[in-house]
Design a binder for this molecule. Sequence first.
Ligand code: MG
Ligand code: ZN
Length: 273
Amino acid sequence: MAGIMVVFDFDKTIIEVDSDNWVVDELGATDLFNELLPTMPWNSLMERMMKEMHAKGKTIEEIKDVLKKVPIHPRVVPAIKTAHSLGCDLRIVSDANMFFIETILDHLGIRNCFSEINSNPSYVNGEGRLIISPYVDFLTSPHGCNLCPPNMCKGMIIERIRANEGKKKMIYLGDGVGDFCPSLKLKEGDFMMPRKDFPAWKLICENRTLLKAEIFEWIGGTKLEQILIGLIEKIKIEEANNGVQLLSAVDCKFEKIPMVAHEAFPPPLRVHH
Ligand SMILES: [Mg+2]
Ligand SMILES: [Zn+2]
């Protein structure tokens, strides 16, 4: 059996909010964040915000306490636990940072469900300040993908994972602009689950013919759980039947985004940052 890999975005996919915004807002630094946002890349700004927070006396414990209060839909943790118990290889690809993600996953008790977390490196230094670095060092070795922010191309991460785990079917869940590039790297037989009415979903709808994966949109954690577990069960049944495609309950039950008949030629790729 080839197996199934489920790749999750983190912000607004596993948790309901953006963890960077959540921490900045909860620590009362929203105005400074908004003031500096036009002047530097997002990831560099978060590093700068951590420096500012530390200078104002905010401790790592305070940041952890804020992270532990992050809102999450009640069906997301059960969905992750079920996917894990069904034998799927679960991974995270996120433009947040390792410290935020691991703190939240530990708090939720699901850290051990994930075999790999790909995010911006971060650590607490000797002075108790959180240092956040870009996943890709864009000053010395830019990734060269013009769809993605300078510090991370999720598509490249997907390609690297694919090179190591080629036979596994992939299910990718995400909401943001940064989840569009990896959706283009998915292959026939894979599944893309964009969050409906969010930027990745809009880009996919505008550029539908560029995707090889089947697309299932979801709204909220209840649908996320139903569709994800439905897809996993469908793939497992098909694998047990040596790849014979079954008339699937999933296809009938859920909001699959169809290929539009008039799209004979792929439209130009449109991405708005
Ligand atoms: Mg996201
Ligand atoms: Zn990219």
